[in-house]
Design a protein around this ligand. Structure first.
Ligand code: URA
Length: 210
């Protein structure tokens, strides 16, 4: 991917995103929309998966037909909101391996602290797609990508629903090699780190915890 930031402006993505932003949208509908958008974003983020050909027979004749090359994919979810993007992606790419990174913010230092980390083996041989719906300050995405790079990951992409300019800039500084795919680039962050206009707390909205 050449671009550091790709905004998926497809009408279906934009329409679904607007429904998700609306405060009256229920948890069930929010979750369903997130699943649908994750598949549309997955289409973009996997655009460069390596291909090969396989000889097959149609009912009429033999042909060399395109298939995905053997190189495997890893999806890495930043807990907990990243899980909202996982299910839809796994429907589309059922053989993908899945990793999880759990981070919380230390209130004294404001730095992300790891509380859970479990990823597939041989990340160096995979395309690694890190997922989190909200790229806000960028602190957790930068930390998660630092961790998977320490495990050998080299080919990495980041997929989110909404990005703030501050988070995009932080990622550009820390991980210029990691392309970002998002449905929208919003205006800015509040002083509490929420994206404006945003959609609120993505985890609370998808799990109904508030
Ligand atoms: N995380 C969220 O869930 N929402 C925001 O607006 C920012 C970070």
């Amino acid at each position: 991917m050449k671009e550091h930031l790709t905004i998926v402006r497809h009408p279906l993505v934009q329409h679904k995103l607007t429904l998700m932003r609306q405060k009256e949208t229920s948890t069930a509908v929010f979750r369903q929309l997130l699943r649908e958008i994750s598949q549309l974003l997955a289409y973009e983020v996997t655009r460069e998966l390596p291909m090969t050909t396989r000889t097959i027979e149609t009912p009429l004749q033999k042909m060399d037909a395109p298939v995905l090359a053997g190189r495997k994919l890893a999806l890495v979810s930043i807990l907990r909101a990243g899980n909202g993007l996982l299910d839809g992606m796994l429907e589309l790419i059922p053989s993908a391996r899945v990793g999880f990174v759990g981070l919380y913010r230390d209130e004294a230092t404001l730095k992300p602290v790891q509380y859970y980390f479990k990823v597939p083996e041989r990340l160096d041989q995979r395309m690694n797609i890190v997922v989190d719906p909200m790229l806000a300050t960028g602190n957790s995405s930068v930390a998660a990508i630092d961790l998977i790079k320490q495990k050998g990951a080299r080919d990495i992409r980041f997929m989110c629903l909404l990005a703030a300019p501050e988070g995009v800039e932080r990622m550009r500084q820390a991980h210029p090699d990691v392309p970002i795919v998002t449905a929208a680039l919003d205006e800015r962050l509040t002083d509490k780190g929420y994206i404006l206009p945003g959609l609120g707390d993505a985890g609370d909205r998808m799990f109904g915890t508030k």
